[in-house]
Design a protein around this ligand. Structure first.
Ligand SMILES: [Zn+2]
Length: 483
């Protein structure tokens, strides 16, 4: 395991590590040319855009046109309006076209209408500058693709998610959140003054998102050990080890928006995004904790309720994911039962009972994903059985990629983030929590520890309830500030 440390904002060091750890070049190349992280970075936006346009032929002496993509939320930076400041500095060198994205929701969603509007506005421009959070950035990436790969500089205004530095976008399709392929931003501008002034709940949610690095890589590795997911590569997990190593030191600073801690958080999120992008799959950082978060989104979305912040949900669900691993380890220590992959009829009945109340479209979509996953597991049943039989060798490999549920909960509390689903906004009641956790394996074609628990006959309603009790104990036993 590497002990590499990447200096803040040093994309070159990250690229060097990836090159050394992936001599066969099996990973996706990182398409970002710079992450401008630090103080006073807003003054560099126009220079960064000019740098991206350098190798473009000048057309008739006209000034290049830049699309400024924003939402309607006012953002302050040291007492000034950030978007006006960016626009003013761009106007000194470029013709600037501004598109303010709005929709009928209180906060902007990356739905079909928003993606269409942005993509239309991007036609014929020389560069896109998006200024905003994860949603505006994700829309900017899609607009860049739809305008033929026009250069995109993303100005990040919060450390809320890790999607600023990857090549996918989270979009809303027919009301359901989906991750689609899009494009790396060419430059990411992460100005510490701006990000430190973001609403506290945004950056605390970003900290929640971070904690999936202590659970999801084990799900990803498990998929490889059971031969149900061939995508595992050690290099991205080594990046995560490096940026997660000293998280206990800076977590308390996130709770009070200390700029130095916010800078560490921003960098850790940036490296996470790169780890996902180069892996060519979100599986590296998206396991049980993300499935539980998606289940909550599904529930809230289908009932017309406001959705919670993604990262905040992921954080509380990471405690549950770690507790599921602990349940598995404790039970395996007593001996493993025979592997039983659910047959199609039983599985279909489970999906219908879990999602039937949300309508036939949701049920059909979940069954389509889950049935493909079951077919993969059935085809690789001998490998699953071999791993279970050789558990003494398998478990240490997985444990190396995990942190205890109590440690994750303590980090979340230290950073001022929710460690319990009940502490989220909107709050999740015990019945919804149980539904989301008990059925999380049924919604996506993503293999996790819960699928192994299912195959071992250890994922009935009582088992999910036991995991929730373990997670509650981990979260309430954790005291703020304890390292
Ligand atoms: Zn996430």
């Amino acid at each position: 395991m590497t002990t590499a440390v990447f200096p803040l904002g040093d994309l070159g060091a990250v690229q060097d590590h990836l090159a050394a750890a992936d001599p066969d070049r099996t990973l996706v190349p990182c398409g970002i040319s710079a992450v401008l992280l630090g103080r006073d970075r807003i003054g560099r936006v126009a220079d960064a855009v000019a740098g991206l346009l350098d190798d473009r032929p000048a057309t008739d002496g006209r000034r290049p046109t830049v699309l400024l993509l924003v939402d309607a939320t006012p953002i302050q930076r040291l007492g000034d309006d950030l978007k006006t400041a960016v626009r003013t500095s761009l106007e000194q060198r470029f013709d600037v076209r501004t598109e303010v994205l709005t929709d009928e929701h209180p906060v902007l969603h990356a739905d079909e209408a928003a993606l269409d509007t942005a993509s239309r506005a991007a036609q014929g421009v020389d560069a896109i500058v998006s200024v905003g959070g994860g949603t505006v950035t994700d829309i900017g990436k899609v607009a860049s693709v739809n305008a033929g790969g026009v250069p995109h500089a993303a100005v990040q205004t919060a450390a809320s998610v890790d999607g600023f530095t990857d090549d996918v976008s989270v979009v809303l399709r027919a009301g359901v959140k989906r991750t689609i392929a899009s494009r790396w931003p060419d430059v990411v501008i992460a100005d510490v003054e701006t990000i430190s002034e973001a609403p506290a709940r945004m950056n605390r949610a970003g900290f929640g998102e971070i904690t999936s690095m202590f659970t999801a890589p084990a799900d990803w590795r498990l998929g490889a050990l059971l031969q149900v997911d061939p995508t595992f590569h050690p290099a991205p997990t080594q990046l995560l080890d490096a940026v997660g190593a000293d998280i206990d030191e800076w977590a308390p600073g996130v709770a009070v928006a200390d700029p130095a801690a916010v800078e560490r958080l921003t960098w850790a999120l940036a490296v996470r995004g790169i780890a996902t992008g180069v892996s060519g799959t979100t599986a590296v950082l998206s396991g049980v904790e993300h499935l539980v978060s998606h289940m909550l989104d599904l529930h809230h979305g289908e009932h017309g309720l406001p959705m919670g912040l993604h990262g905040a949900q992921v954080g509380a669900a990471a405690v549950i994911a770690a507790a599921a691993w602990e349940l598995l380890f404790d039970r395996m220590a007593q001996g493993a039962p025979a592997v039983r992959i659910p047959d199609s009829d039983v599985a279909r009945a489970r999906v219908e009972s879990a999602f039937g109340h949300l309508g036939s479209q949701v049920t059909a979509e979940c069954w389509s994903d889950y049935s493909r996953k079951l077919a993969t597991w059935a085809a690789h049943r001998p490998a699953v059985e071999a791993a279970v039989a050789d558990w003494g060798r398998v478990e240490p490999e997985l444990r190396r990629l995990l942190r205890p549920s109590a440690d994750i909960a303590a980090q979340l509390r230290a950073a001022g983030a929710a460690a319990l689903l009940a502490d989220l906004d909107p709050s999740v009641d015990p019945a919804l929590a149980h539904w989301a956790v008990a059925n999380c394996a049924l919604m996506r074609n993503r293999s996790t520890v819960v699928d192994l628990l299912v195959a071992l006959g250890w994922w009935g309603a009582d088992d999910a309830a036991e995991v929730l009790v373990r997670a509650d104990r981990a979260a309430t036993g954790a005291r703020p500030g304890v390292r």
